[in-house]
Design a protein around this ligand. Structure first.
Ligand SMILES: CC(C)(COP(=O)(O)OP(=O)(O)OC[C@H]1O[C@@H](n2cnc3c(N)ncnc32)[C@H](O)[C@@H]1OP(=O)(O)O)[C@@H](O)C(=O)NCCC(=O)NCCSC(=O)C(=O)O
Length: 381
């Protein structure tokens, strides 16, 4: 019998993923795989993970199904190994050694399924002096140099929520890694362990900056460089209504269009003359202060001046361009980002809302042929 949560749709249709529930980057990586059509079974723990939000609003569990397995019960590990035996990819985000201690580490999984891709998501990585230490996004990005490079020169580093570490440096690298390893496993029959550490991924994101640093084109401090707000035609400005507008007019022709529309006609030479950047910044700031954000947005609308309004999260879905593309979607009464990227032959969508812990046990037991997941078979009378 087909169910409302039957997986599918998207380029990863037919790929089976086991997610051992954790917080932050692991669940988001598994959501990405689910968005792309994989059959993701989240193994929730009794009582849920530490920082869990209300499951009904935990949108990073959309497009997944959930079973609850107590890995500390005598038969718990065997249930997860049964799932791993039928899976292409497993994702876990415990501290190093925890999965091994629970009996679901790479060794027993590969003994059951040699082609399994075993993806490990952590902040510090599987080895190194800090591997066993607890942490969160901000502590992982701090030593990489990336936290220190964001913000104004005379203020503390700006905190980029948990987007940079958990999701960009963490989840996205895990997903790239497990899909690359899946490609290898399909070609050779050999699985492997993918060690995705936020510290590695975030450092890797700064590759171009390190090149500029080596070339003398980037100073090793924040807020004084071309792309970190140090440049007057690449940054944000306050408008008359206390909101903000963003400018990224780097190339000469875009810079000239920007100045012309802003109403400044004597600063063309300032673009390449750093000694004039202070004056240029003041002139630009004064102009932007003279009208509201939305008035300036209308001025630059339809031009190549590379200017855009800084919107809030609630405003974003209503931006005309994002609305036209359907960048956000509504599912179950929750406005949320639609799956990305987009595929011409295998379109994706939000198929189901957040999986409720344990709600799909019967369906998964049947579809994956793991009857041991069912409570009755665990406790035969
Ligand atoms: C986040 C953590 C610091 C949380 O630390 P801990 O609370 O000590 O959890 P651990 O991962 O070390 O261990 C998980 C514990 O749960 C138990 N466990 C796990 N799953 C189960 C199931 N299914 N059943 C029973 N018990 C379970 C497991 O045995 C461990 O308990 P014991 O056996 O009793 O030890 C750590 O998981 C971690 O470093 N993870 C990797 C990096 C990471 O995800 N960082 C947070 C990113 S989120 C973020 O940055 C942000 O939100 O901001």
């Amino acid at each position: 019998m087909a169910t409302a949560r039957t997986p599918g749709q998207g380029p990863l249709t037919g790929v089976r993923v086991v997610e051992l529930a954790g917080i932050g980057p692991g669940p988001f990586a598994a959501m990405l795989l689910a968005d792309l059509g994989a059959d993701v079974v989240r193994v929730d723990r009794p009582g849920g993970p530490g920082l869990a939000i209300d499951p009904a609003y935990d949108v990073t569990n959309r497009n997944k199904r959930s079973v609850v397995v107590d890995l500390k019960s005598p038969d718990g590990p065997a249930r997860v190994l049964d799932l791993a035996a039928r899976a292409d990819i497993l994702v876990e985000g415990y501290r190093p050694g925890v999965a091994e201690r629970l009996g679901v580490g790479p060794e027993p999984c590969h003994a059951r399924n040699p082609s399994l891709v075993y993806g490990r998501m952590t902040g510090w990585g599987q080895d190194g002096p800090l591997a066993d230490r607890a942490g969160h996004d901000i502590a992982y990005i701090a030593p990489t140099g990336t936290l220190g490079m964001i913000g104004r020169p005379d203020e503390p580093p700006a905190v980029p929520a948990n987007l940079l570490g958990d999701y960009a440096g963490g989840s996205l690298y895990l997903v790239v890694g497990v899909l690359a390893a899946l490609h290898h496993a399909r070609a050779t029959g050999t699985g492997q362990v993918v060690d995705a550490a936020i510290v590695d991924g975030v450092s890797h994101l700064a590759t171009m900056i390190h090149g500029m640093l080596a070339a003398g084109g980037w100073q090793d401090r924040r807020g004084v460089n071309l792309l970190d707000g140090g440049c007057p035609y690449y940054g944000t400005y306050e408008t008359a209504d206390g909101r903000y507008i963003a400018v990224g007019a780097l190339e000469p022709r875009f810079y000239e269009e920007f100045l012309a529309l802003l109403g400044i006609d004597d600063q063309a030479a300032a673009r390449k003359d750093v000694t004039r950047w202070g004056e240029l910044r003041e002139r630009v700031a004064a102009r932007f202060k003279s009208r509201t954000r939305d008035e300036w947005t209308a001025v630059f609308d339809g031009t190549d001046a590379c200017v855009a309004p800084v919107l809030s999260l609630r405003e974003a879905p209503h931006h005309p361009h994002l609305a036209a593309r359907g960048t956000f979607t509504d599912h179950g009464g929750i406005t949320q980002p639609a799956p990305a990227p987009r595929f011409s032959a295998t379109p994706t969508s939000v198929r189901t809302g957040p999986a409720r812990p344990g709600a799909d046990t019967a369906d998964v037991a049947r579809d994956w042929d793991v009857p041991g997941l069912l409570p009755s078979s665990r406790n035969p009378q």
